[in-house]
Design a protein around this ligand. Structure first.
Ligand SMILES: *Cc1c(COP(=O)(O)O)cnc(C)c1O
Length: 458
């Protein structure tokens, strides 16, 4: 018999988690105004709110924390990270930052001005926020297939190279300071981008003289999908694939809270010395001196070690395998979701799950609350509440999809936890016809309302 794949680690330290009763959860979610962000973490049994900063460190990362060199300038932990970034990504220059959005702030401060155009494949919220805050425009050139949840496409995160070239033809080069390819494409559901697509996008960028950057939060998961899905890469190692992906790029930003498996940290990297020098000034102003960038020396060391562990095939196989297992169990129960499952999360299609709940009563949020009540599991709405109101008409902006995202933290939960989550959703699916009413808003902020919104039962 073929041996099943099992985790390439065992557990040395455990954190107890409280299994509440349904009665307790009824009271807590009402106190939280039906917004899962308002729950205390001890009111949650399994927390799938995000995979960002929630992974479990390894014994080697904890060792790096003890070895952390806290020198203000020239810390050895900084040099360890610099050498790792050079070896793994082939980028000679880098600046540490306290997380991904901070690295974006530093890079965009050096590169963007009002009126600029930044094409890419579904820019992440903070990326888009930093672009729009500078009164520049993020143009989404993702392939159309990404919007169809039931369609199988091995690289649903791809950029449409035709759409990208059309942007380059429409605007003069001076208005397009960079193009950003997000690997994996978080906004499209953690969907990967193929090597062929990265290469073709870089060729078009080069032809028009526009630098291409990677938003590399989940670069290792992307490399794993290339290895397992793209022709010609089966026999290449993850690190060979990573080096090739970055070889097409002029630079990158990274939220290290994802594939570097640390609780906090990020960086930007590039090949051009003059860009590095320009960005260094902003790093010093916003983050800290260029050899620590808002992080402790111990954080830099743990990040360097995490980059190495995050690019190990065994780890990626168990990590992405666990997300795929959740997807497979839900699929077997007939639960509608984004196909195929992405690297870090499963996205449930709440419009197909609860079509009888009116859209203005927030189907995905309704499902998120039901899942919490059923088993103390916390997911997050990626739907109308997140999409905010139209800035001019102030009407709700209904996105194409109402999704409930279940993001799986790295190395934190066992497959029993995964089976428990799937069972909770099956129970709700079995009684879905009894859920006819959703939620209505009582209080909301003018922008980014999803963090603080207060709701009540409709
Ligand atoms: C998380 C994330 C960011 C922002 O990083 P933070 O560390 O949360 O600031 C940027 N891009 C992508 C694709 C991300 O997933």
């Amino acid at each position: 018999m073929e041996l099943p794949f099992a985790e390439p680690y065992k557990i040395k330290v455990v954190e107890p988690i409280y299994r509440s009763t349904r009665q307790e959860r009824e009271a807590w979610i009402a106190e939280a105004h039906y917004n899962l962000f308002n729950l205390r973490s001890d009111q949650v049994y399994i927390d799938l709110l995000t995979d960002s900063g929630t992974g479990a460190l390894s014994q080697m990362q904890w060792s790096e924390i003890m070895l952390g060199d806290e020198s203000y300038a020239g810390s050895l932990s900084y040099h360890k990270l610099k050498d790792t970034i050079m070896k793994l990504l082939g980028m000679p220059y880098f600046l540490p930052a306290h997380q991904g959005r901070a690295a974006e702030n530093v890079l965009f401060s050096a590169m963007l001005k009002a009126g600029d155009i930044v094409p890419g494949n579904s820019h992440f919220d903070t990326t888009k926020g930093h672009i729009e805050y500078r009164r520049a425009i993020a143009v989404d050139c993702t392939i159309d297939e990404a919007a169809d949840t039931s369609l199988f496409h091995p690289f649903k995160g791809n950029i449409d190279v035709g759409k990208l070239e059309a942007v380059f033809q429409q605007y003069p080069k001076e208005k397009i300071p960079l193009c950003i390819i997000t690997i994996t494409n978080n906004t499209a559901g953690g969907q990967p981008v193929s090597m062929e697509n990265i290469r073709k996008a870089s060729e078009v960028c080069r032809k028009y003289g526009v630098p291409m950057f990677l938003d590399a939060a989940r670069f290792a998961e992307n490399a794993y999908f290339i290895k397992t899905r793209e022709k010609g890469y089966q026999d290449k190692s993850i690190r060979e694939i990573v080096l090739e992906m970055f070889s097409y790029a002029d630079g990158a930003t990274m939220s290290s809270k994802k594939d570097a498996i640390v609780n906090i940290g990020g960086f930007m990297a590039c090949r051009d010395k003059s860009l590095y020098q320009k960005a260094s000034v902003f790093n010093i102003m916003y983050e800290g001196f260029i050899t620590y960038g808002g992080l402790a020396g111990r954080d830099l060391g743990a990040l360097a070690q995490g980059l190495m562990e995050g690019t190990e095939l065994d780890f990626l196989e168990s990590r992405i395998g666990q997300v795929a297992l959740l997807g497979q169990m839900l699929h077997d129960y007939g639960i509608p979701m984004q196909q195929p499952t992405g690297g870090h999360a499963v996205f449930i299609d709440a419009s197909k799950f609860l079509p009888q709940v009116p859209r203005e009563q927030f189907r995905a949020q309704t499902l998120a609350v039901e899942l919490y009540l059923e088993g103390g599991v916390r997911g997050v709405e990626i739907g109308t509440i997140l999409a905010d109101r139209d800035p001019i008409t102030r009407e709700n902006r209904y996105p194409a999809l109402e999704l409930l995202r279940l993001a799986v933290p790295r190395r934190a939960y066992t497959n029993n936890h995964i089976a428990y989550v799937a069972a909770c959703l099956k129970n709700i699916f079995d009684r879905r016809n009894e859920i006819s009413k959703g939620l209505v808003i009582v209080e909301e902020a003018p922008i980014m309302r999803h963090f603080t919104v207060e709701l009540k039962k409709a």
